[in-house]
Design a protein around this ligand. Structure first.
Ligand SMILES: Cc1cc2nc3c(=O)[nH]c(=O)nc-3n(C[C@H](O)[C@H](O)[C@H](O)COP(=O)(O)O)c2cc1C
Length: 419
């Protein structure tokens, strides 16, 4: 687990070398990011020695930015832990301000953020501090502590930072990151294609489509959260790589075909969410094609390889799930694809100017031999969780059938089957 440990300028910062040791004992890689005030309480030398990594503190450190930018650091983190968190830092988090490296990466990360406040008891009970605490809890951050007891200032009350070992136990628990190590797909490899492909015409032009990759990336995240090893073969998209997923970036349908077949032997489940070009220009012009006096031009296109059909045709290939993006006759076209390509399952959705592509929501219907299930419009992230659940259900049934020699049995799944 990669942990960014943010240290702010409270007296409890003297406990952070101990905290780093407790995190590392639990197998975490720890990258420390200090605020300027924190440097008054604990030395970089001590922290570097226990973490084994150079300390980051300055947003404007050109050398450090060049080796791992603050955005890369935000992506690298599986968890961001801030301990101790000062009253001032809580205020910056609540206000969404980002004047320093630590708060900037808190805004830029998709990782869960845990915050362990530590301050004088009167400061902690101050309504402004409590309001900031409530705001950051509402925004999904986890507050650890503080505990009641004797304080460095000589007073007694609530405000002590939770002990390092207890903090480490909370953030290193797989349930904290939502990565269920013993999830339903633990031990399985899920290969996913996502995004569009680009088929070059000449050095400056290409044929592509409106796929954003959002659905495929959401499927990758959901499969990872269900415990699978996930290999994601992605066409050109402007999305961040999902955490914990093995990424392979490609551009053309041919490259996607090759990357898929390179990894398919390991895959238990294949999910083809990419919008792969069906045709590509027959010829690639080495130089930019110039405008001519002709009013119209035509271009010969040739068929690309059908990645999904080629995987579905493999002997002892993976459980195959296709996506059907259709503008009309969604059901008929989806069933034709399910049967024609001999898939295990197909997820059909209508696409158009205001449906499907490049949106955060989707409405789908899932078909498998003899049954179907429709899903109401939902956020792609929520939908992906349900779809991965239904894929895991069906995959488990086919595995049981293969083991028991039964084929084509009809299963009843949770939810609104056959609606
Ligand atoms: C000796 C000393 C101890 C401090 N201890 C704390 C503390 O435990 N908690 C806290 O919230 N602020 C404490 N402060 C105040 C913070 O250091 C101050 O608000 C600072 O601006 C925090 O900056 P940062 O959040 O960027 O680290 C202390 C200040 C001094 C001088």
């Amino acid at each position: 687990m990669n942990i960014v440990l943010g240290i702010s300028g409270g007296i409890a910062a003297y406990k952070t070398p101990e905290l780093v040791r407790r995190l590392r004992e639990r197998g975490a890689d720890v990258q420390i990011v200090m605020t300027d005030s924190a440097r008054e309480f604990v030395t970089e030398t001590a922290l570097q020695a226990v973490s084994g990594r150079p300390i980051r503190s300055n947003l404007w450190d050109k050398e450090a930015e060049a080796s791992m930018s603050h955005i890369e650091l935000a992506r690298w983190a599986d968890v961001v832990l801030i301990a101790p968190a000062t009253a001032e830092l809580l205020s910056r988090l609540a206000g969404g301000s980002a004047p320093d490296l630590l708060t900037t990466l808190c805004l830029a990360t998709e990782a869960p953020i845990a915050v362990a406040p530590a301050m004088n008891r009167v400061m902690w009970s101050n309504p402004a501090v409590q309001a900031n605490r409530d705001t950051i809890v509402d925004r999904g951050m986890t507050i650890i502590g503080p505990e009641a007891g004797s304080q460095a200032c000589g007073e007694t009350g609530a405000g002590r930072m939770t002990e390092p070992d207890a903090i480490a136990a909370i953030v290193c628990d797989p349930r904290f990151t939502g990565e269920a190590a013993a999830g339903r797909l633990a031990g399985k490899t899920v290969l996913i294609t996502a995004g569009p492909t680009r088929e070059p015409i000449d050095p400056v032009r290409y044929i592509t489509n409106r796929s954003s990759g959002k659905m495929g990336y959401a499927m990758a995240r959901a499969a990872r959260a269900a415990g699978a090893r996930v290999v994601l073969v992605s066409g050109p998209v402007s999305l961040a790589a999902p955490r914990g997923v093995e990424m392979h970036s490609v551009e053309t349908a041919r490259e996607m075909y090759e990357a898929t077949h390179e990894h398919v032997a390991d895959a238990d489940i294949f999910i083809a969410a990419a919008a792969v070009a069906d045709y590509r220009p027959a010829q690639f012009a080495d130089h930019k094609i110039k405008k001519s006096s002709a009013d119209s031009v035509s271009m010969a296109l040739v068929k690309t390889d059908d990645i999904l059909a080629s995987v579905a045709a493999l002997e002892s290939g993976p459980f195959c799930v296709g996506f059907a993006a259709e503008t009309q006759n969604v059901r008929d076209n989806a069933l034709k694809k399910l049967e024609g390509k001999r898939l295990d399952m197909i997820i059909a959705n209508r696409v158009g100017a205001s449906e499907g592509f490049d949106l955060d929501e989707n409405t789908v219907c899932v078909y498998w031999p003899g049954e179907h299930r429709s899903f109401p419009t939902a956020a792609k992230t929520d939908l992906a969780r349900d779809l991965v659940g239904i894929i895991a259900d069906r995959y488990a049934v086919t595995q049981r059938d293969e083991a028991g020699g039964v084929s084509g049995s009809v299963v009843s799944l949770r939810g609104n089957n056959g609606s």
